[in-house]
Design a protein around this ligand. Structure first.
Ligand code: GLN
Length: 446
């Protein structure tokens, strides 16, 4: 069967795609064949992928899984989409996600929840749950995704995949619909580190259209995979193994540590003392930035507009009230509150100070170790709906991933086996711009 047939047969159960672009895919595949016949040996030529539905795609709906963008067709391609198309990839469509990437379960989509292919009564993680479910179910070999607080790494962990969040600024954010601009970063989700290296090589690089893009040469991610791990110094932060972590996950993580030791790594216990403040800081900063970014969805310029507005204020109010889902509204309200005069110092400024302390924790730790290792998530994939009544219980699931976004460092999650048939992930964190090292270690382990 072709991948398009597989999507048709299996995706009704998983709901990983929002839009399937069959005609465009066949056109791109034929173009790739022509290039191949003409002697083009590009590593991504003809590779089937799909994009998280917050990357703008020219002529194809880009919804962000929100009713407010249900009818939005972008007039241009995101840099990531453009670069991957130029490399000859074949896009099969747009992938489901949490609305505006706000969530950890992919349940907040306007188009319905995504299911975990390992157990369809459970969540695939989020917010890139559609990307993860589609790759885990072998509907596509790799997908684009984004990570603001863990949205590449956490779904990778919960679906048994490898995913990397690059250093902030390594992958262009141009055309990637913003959630929290100082934290958002695009990256690949795939089965192996090798596939991630291939896709990241096609996504990353300097872009003059993104003012936070960094003008630094790209490493050869593929060439780095083969490097032996002899002498690699790995730090295990004590804060990553404390209360709240499922013991069975801790055991799996330690089994990976034993394997890495056999491959030549040395282990050191370290401390990241400010980690306990990461969740409150993140859940002030991310909503604050979101409340500002999402002010552009006003029912006037693009997207959903309410019917029969009585005046301009009514148009703004009802378009946004009807267009945004509950979690998005919650974040807009929290963020607006945290930024308002009188509360700014107490919340937003305080959170920014904590952010600096977290960054400093990592800088201090990386003086003694090359990489930091721990669990990606404290728990296994949970049941659909289980955390809906209590948003904070879902926020707590981000404890191990959000620090990398606050500091801007790269992080990778790789599969580390199964517990009761459900995948477990191990996370590796590295200093700025050491994506190649992360992929190298994951590849050597795999
Ligand atoms: N779960 C986090 C949030 O809801 C992270 C989401 C993300 O990385 N996009 O904000």
């Amino acid at each position: 069967t072709t991948l398009l047939e597989r999507i048709r047969q299996l995706d009704p159960q998983l709901n990983s795609f929002i839009t399937v672009t069959a005609d465009q895919a066949l056109e791109q595949a034929r173009a790739a064949d022509t290039r191949r016949a003409a002697g083009d040996t590009g590593v991504l030529l003809g590779a089937p992928i799909a994009h998280k539905d917050l990357f703008c795609t020219k002529g194809v709906r880009t919804s962000c899984a929100s009713k407010i963008l249900d009818n939005f067709v972008s007039p241009y391609d995101a840099t990531v989409v453009e670069k991957l198309a130029a490399a000859g990839t074949v896009s099969l469509g747009k992938l489901n996600m949490d609305e505006f990437a706000m969530g950890s379960a992919s349940e907040s989509s306007y188009y319905g929840a995504v299911k975990n292919p390992w157990d369809i009564s459970r969540v695939p993680g989020g917010s890139s749950g559609g990307s993860a479910a589609a790759v885990a179910a072998r509907l596509i070999p790799a997908a684009t995704a984004t990570d603001t607080g863990g949205s590449i790494r956490q779904p990778a962990a919960l679906t048994g995949l490898t995913g990397i969040k690059p250093t902030y600024g390594r992958v262009s954010r141009w055309g990637m619909i913003a959630y929290a601009s100082s934290l958002d970063q695009g990256g690949p989700l795939a089965r192996t580190a090798e596939d991630c290296a291939l896709l990241l090589g096609g996504m990353a690089g300097f872009d003059t259209k993104d003012s936070t893009s960094i003008d630094q040469p790209l490493d050869d991610y593929l060439a780095a995979l083969a490097k032996p791990l002899t002498g690699l110094r790995i730090g295990l932060p004590q804060e990553y193994f404390g209360a709240g972590l499922d013991n069975r996950i801790a055991d799996k993580v330690m089994a990976v540590v034993e394997e890495l030791k056999k491959l030549g790594a040395t282990i050191k216990e370290i401390s990241l003392p400010n980690m306990q403040h990461a969740i409150p800081a993140y859940y002030v900063i991310a909503p604050a930035e979101a409340s500002s970014n999402l002010s552009r969805f006003d029912g006037v310029r693009f997207g959903y507009r309410c019917e029969n507005p009585t005046d301009l204020t009514d148009l703004y109010k009802r378009s946004r009230a009807e267009g945004f889902g509950a979690e998005v509204k919650r974040r807009i309200m929290v963020g607006t509150y945290a930024l308002s005069a009188g509360y700014y110092d107490a919340y937003y400024l305080k959170a920014q100070k904590i952010r600096r302390l977290i960054k400093d924790d990592f800088s201090a730790a990386f003086k003694d170790v090359d990489l930091i290792l721990g669990p990606t998530t404290p728990n296994l994939a949970w049941k659909l709906g289980e955390k809906n009544a209590d948003p904070v219980s879902a926020y707590l699931e981000d404890i191990y991933t959000i620090t990398a976004n606050l500091a801007g460092i790269p992080g990778l999650s790789m599969p580390a086996g199964f517990i009761d048939g459900l995948p477990v992930g191990v996370q590796l964190l590295a200093p700025y711009f050491q994506e190649a090292r992360l992929l190298n270690v994951a590849h050597q382990y795999q």
